[in-house]
Design a protein around this ligand. Structure first.
Ligand SMILES: NC(=O)C1=CN([C@@H]2O[C@H](COP(=O)(O)OP(=O)(O)OC[C@H]3O[C@@H](n4cnc5c(N)ncnc54)[C@H](O)[C@@H]3O)[C@@H](O)[C@H]2O)C=CC1
Ligand SMILES: O=C(O)C(=O)[C@H](O)COP(=O)(O)O
Length: 380
């Protein structure tokens, strides 16, 4: 069996070697010629899997994408060909949720204010939106959810309309898939008209797909509204963000919100499970065995953890400022954007770091503060 796999997908060797010969490829530049003998194709979000790519791949039985989004896959064509497909829903939801939380702590610090007390609006209450809400709620923030699809399905959580959310939230975080048609289409959901309805001093963060915000309109709005602060992990026209936009953004990263080591490992592992199922083989590998132990654990002496100390703790697992600085140096070319992604140091999720109160110390952290950290996701 021949497996063609994106070179940026960790743990492929460990999980798929038992199925046959693996050929690693650059997912962005993958050609039909490289895929034509494949039985299995494993991709990430940068590979467009459509008729043009796989028409000649007559042996292909399985396509796996180790991602949450599936907008790069022509699902109808795969179905028509009878090729099994699996993505990895939820694999990096925790990573995105924690990214959103840390990014907002960083923004608050940079603005000389506190995140505490802000109202957070989450657009799209699926896996990543829910993971983000979990962090914000663990920190005691009020969260407003907007998800008309889940609302119509009878999800028991409380929902607001997008207009209500925009009117009430201090921070808006976007967590929707990209869709171009239908009553809830998200392509340019934040177009110029909607961007102009943002209330004064709104913080807007996009960790889903670049085209959910009209980036040209965002430039226009930002040029006259410095009160609006923006964090972008995803960009219209990736891998070539519009250069003019970057200096207008407070934190800029190259589509790495989902790039925790755990998230990537989960993604590859979910494809391994799907292929085992398709081939009716018993899985022999385990996800936990793949992940290295985190080098540190943290003893807390501080009686109370203020926001600045909380941010320092979060930076133990992920320092967003490094990615932002690197981005500004080398986003200018498509190769630069992709290299930033390729060489991104896979951060760990909060769960990799065990946090305990130093018990023999009069200044030991309060149980409220330890409970908050555990609710955020840090281990006991
Ligand atoms: N920056 C990154 O590294 C990552 C980006 N993503 C992107 O984030 C997207 C969302 O991921 P998940 O939360 O895991 O997907 P999901 O499918 O679990 O949740 C998406 C939610 O958005 C809702 N939705 C759809 N249209 C909407 C609209 N017009 N208004 C409000 N809600 C709407 C859906 O009902 C659904 O509940 C993915 O499709 C992917 O494009 C995902 C992972 C990592
Ligand atoms: O899962 C998704 O959807 C994402 O956006 C991924 O985090 C993107 O990562 P790559 O597949 O482009 O490495």
């Amino acid at each position: 069996m021949k497996i063609v796999a994106d070179e940026n997908m960790p743990y492929v060797e460990a999980l798929f070697a038992e199925f046959g010969q693996i050929e690693f490829v650059n997912g962005r530049t993958l050609t039909a010629e490289q895929v034509k003998d494949a039985d299995v194709l494993l991709v990430r979000s940068v590979t467009k899997v459509d008729q043009a790519l796989i028409e000649a791949a007559t042996k292909l039985v399985f396509v796996g994408s180790a991602t949450i989004g599936t907008d790069h896959i022509d699902l109808d064509y795969l179905q028509q060909r009878g090729i099994a497909f699996s993505s990895a829903p939820g694999c990096n939801a925790t990573a995105v949720g924690e990214f959103a939380f840390i990014a907002l702590l960083e923004l608050a610090k940079r603005q000389g204010t506190q995140l505490k007390g802000k109202v957070i609006g989450i657009v799209g209450a699926g896996n990543t939106g829910t993971a983000a809400a979990k962090c914000f709620e663990a920190y005691g923030l009020q969260v407003i959810l907007c998800d008309p699809i889940k609302q119509a399905e009878g999800d028991s959580r409380q929902f607001a309309s997008l207009d209500e959310l925009i009117a009430k939230a201090d921070v808006i975080s976007l967590h929707v898939p990209i869709t171009k048609v239908g009553p809830h289409k998200t392509w340019y959901l934040f177009d110029e008209t909607r961007l102009n309805t943002l209330k004064p001093n709104t913080w807007l963060m996009n960790c889903c797909r670049g085209e959910v915000i009209d980036n040209h309109a965002l430039i226009k709005v930002k040029q006259t509204r410095d009160d609006v602060k923006v964090i972008l992990d995803v960009w219209e026209g990736e891998p070539k963000p519009i250069a003019e936009l970057v200096p207008l953004v407070e934190f800029a990263t190259p589509h790495i919100a989902g790039y925790s080591l755990e998230g990537k490992a989960r993604g590859t592992f979910m494809l391994y499970q799907a292929l085992c199922l398709l081939l009716q083989r018993q899985p022999t590998k385990s996800l936990t065995a793949l992940l290295p132990q985190f080098e540190f654990q943290q003893w807390l002496n501080n009686a109370e953890l203020d926001e600045s100390k909380l941010l320092k703790m979060c930076r133990l697992v992920f320092d967003l400022r490094d990615d932002d600085a690197l981005f500004r140096q080398s986003f200018h070319t498509a190769a630069g954007f992709d290299l930033l992604r390729k060489h991104h140091t896979h951060r760990r999720e909060f769960s990799a770091l065990a946090v305990k109160a130093a018990s023999d110390n009069a200044f030991s952290a309060s149980s409220d503060c330890i409970n908050m950290l555990h609710s955020l996701g840090f281990s006991q």
